[in-house]
Design a protein around this ligand. Sequence first.
Ligand code: GH3
Ligand code: MG
Ligand code: MG
Ligand code: MG
Length: 544
Amino acid sequence: MERLSDAIQTLAEQFLTGLAARLARIERALAELSYRPETTEALLALSREFHDLAGTGGSYGFDTLTSLSRAGEVRARRLAETSAPASADDVVHWRHLLALLLVEREHLLAGSPVVSSPALGPASSGPRTVLIVDAERETSLELGENLLTHGLSPVRASSLQQALALVSKELPVGLITDVRLPDGSGYELVRHVRALPGGRQVGILVASPNSDFLDKVEAIHSGADGYAVTPFEWDAMAERLLQYIERHGRQTARILSVEDDPDQALIIQTYLHAAGYQVEICAEPEDFETVVSAYQPDLVLLDISLPRLDGYTLARYLRQDERHATLPIIFLTGHAQPSVKVETLQAGGNDFLVKPVVPALLVATVAAHLERSRLLRGLLDRDGLTRLLTHTAFLERAKAAVSRQRRLENPKAALAMIDVDHFKLINDRYGHPTGDRVLIALSSLLRHRLRRSDVVGRYGGEEFAILIEDLELAEAERLVDRLRQDFAALTHTTSDGDAFHATFSGGVAMLDPTIDVERWKERADRALYDAKRQGRNRILPFRD
Ligand code: GH3
Ligand code: MG
Ligand code: MG
Ligand code: MG
């Protein structure tokens, strides 16, 4: 017989699953009340929904949910009893409560095995399993506990065979593996996972208790996102793994909201947080420029009526800058006058929403514009043939990496320039389309054999640039040389069925704090030139 606690658990899960629909009904009642404050039906519906929510929530012990709903019910009932129309203040109050309820729902879902509805976007995903593979029981238990506090569900394996069996059943979102396993190597496991369907999405960290056992080049080449020497700070390790997982999955978009009204700001922030976005509020239009460059938003919400400067002015300022050409701008306006649409377009805005914002509409509008601009950016930043970063996009990332490195105590970054050998001959002999396929094969190899965090660009025709952080010169050289060997081993075929091989040469230069990106590139080029002169199919370092 099913145990009573199991039955309650099941009911509680059903309640949480249905919660989205209940909150959506509250939202609808509120929308109706803001248009027609005097309608008693909407007020009664609101009072009923809050009442039911408080009652049912209470019976499952969801205390926060119950007290929030109770507060909403009390205010709605009082108004209904006096037959007073709902004021703007009332509506704002309920919206706050609704926003908090949405957040509470996310908390409750995160703590239960219920797979949530997709309606709320990126924040609401199922349990996120992380596989820890380590022969040392103590280590993995400590690490596992820490992962739990980061919202991840650890699973443990103590051997390569056990790990292989687990990943064949279900792919985890993250993997932390020791380099040395009783029956094989961690690198082998990483290669295996990367080759599985969906395996490219897994966040992978290779760890070792001894830095001598850890081969950074091997770790990167096998497909790991990062490496660490244990006992590493568990917290830092979990944070890093989370970064890797998020980088692979949909990245949390950054949204900047310029809003002078703290109540509105709170509402926007709460809704967008609940939908899984990062939100920054800028209350002073004067700070706008500084906040934009520091926060680097993916989308901007602009209140139109602001003190001293209006939203349109801020939009025009943004659009003057080429870097913000594709940044989506959405206006928030208090009045839906016909002129708003025209003014939105004239100022370079993408859309506008009328306040008070309906949460579902806000989230849907933001999501649609983010998607569109992501697509656009992909087309602009990526080379059509290889899908690698274009020359310009590569330089932009390289500059960002340089300024990031400058802030580090121990800056470490290598730039490699590589160029296919005698490519003109390949074109002449086998035709341009075959040449193209060689370039595609090379770019695919670079993408798969390097970390996502490494910046790879097609610099020119058959010339590629790679920026690798966190490696010493000798390590970077060894890594690029591994790539060279991988590439040389590939067999290319022509449409006539002829088979041939191709090679590339490369030059590697380290970033030093005194030089800029242009000088850095010159150094790598000089090493590449030497590699060509010394007979090609080799990698040389730059040395003064
Ligand atoms: P080296 O070993 O000195 O680099 O000799 P190379 O022949 O590779 O160098 P060169 O610069 O003389 O020739 C590069 C050739 O690459 C010339 C150009 O037609 C070809 N190329 C540039 N872009 C593309 C492309 O997108 N597709 C194809 N198939 N060929 C391209
Ligand atoms: Mg305002
Ligand atoms: Mg060439
Ligand atoms: Mg060339």
